[in-house]
Design a protein around this ligand. Structure first.
Ligand code: ZN
Length: 213
């Protein structure tokens, strides 16, 4: 079970300390939500911020690109220190080729499914996907409510994907929702507000781990 705090919910005036705090609390990976203000309403981070924080942590860096034309930015994020790059099928004209491009940079490849996007969007890419993310909220902002209908999607992916492929739930993860996601086969969890809005991050991470057993 991987617990991946999203920096989107961290205090933006002190990202370095927030990252160190998440690492100390027992996080398995750091999740960077990159939003361009086109595919999503908000604008968040560019590759430079990922690069500057790379030297502060040895944790896995997951870069979740919620941006149009992600191919244009893959090399920059690879050079910035990403270990995993996750793209949305809706933003890729040629998803299969984009996933191969990510892998050719030596990184793990991921696809994220928006709440309205069916598992069929990645069905013919399962052999080149290291992780599939179920967006349990609509993308682009932190603190949104978990969408229950996405639990069924996790079950569908569990049936469709090889056992080694990571299944990640991203958004609205709490000690209650994580249990439901884990029960259906998710083994990686992106949590923003639940961790960063808790003054005791170790306690938040421990509660999440305990809840998913
Ligand atoms: Zn994300």
């Amino acid at each position: 079970m991987l617990i991946c705090p999203s920096m989107l919910s961290a205090d933006s005036s002190r990202y370095g300390e927030e990252l160190a705090d998440a690492e100390k609390a027992g996080a398995d990976a750091i999740h960077w939500d990159i939003a361009d203000g086109v595919f999503t309403d908000a604008i968040t981070f560019g590759h430079q911020i990922v690069k500057d924080h790379r030297k502060l942590s040895s944790l896995r860096f997951d870069v979740h690109l919620m941006i149009e034309n992600p191919d244009k930015h893959l090399e920059n994020f690879a050079r910035a220190g990403a270990d995993v790059i996750i793209v949305h099928p809706e933003t890729c004209k040629h998803l299969h080729r984009t996933l191969l491009n990510i892998k050719s940079l030596g990184l793990k490849s991921g696809a994220a499914l928006n709440p309205a996007t069916p598992v069929a969007a990645v069905e013919y890419c399962v052999d080149i996907l290291d992780t599939v993310t179920v967006m349990s909220v609509n993308p682009g902002a932190s603190g949104r409510e978990f969408i229950d209908s996405q639990l069924k999607k996790i079950s569908e992916l569990k049936k469709m994907l090889p056992p080694s492929t990571e299944i990640c739930a991203d958004g609205g993860i709490t000690d209650l929702t994580i249990k439901e996601c884990a029960k259906r086969g998710a083994n990686s969890f992106v949590s923003g507000s639940y961790i960063f809005r808790n003054p005791n991050r170790s306690d938040a991470v421990r509660r999440l781990r305990e809840a998913c057993g």
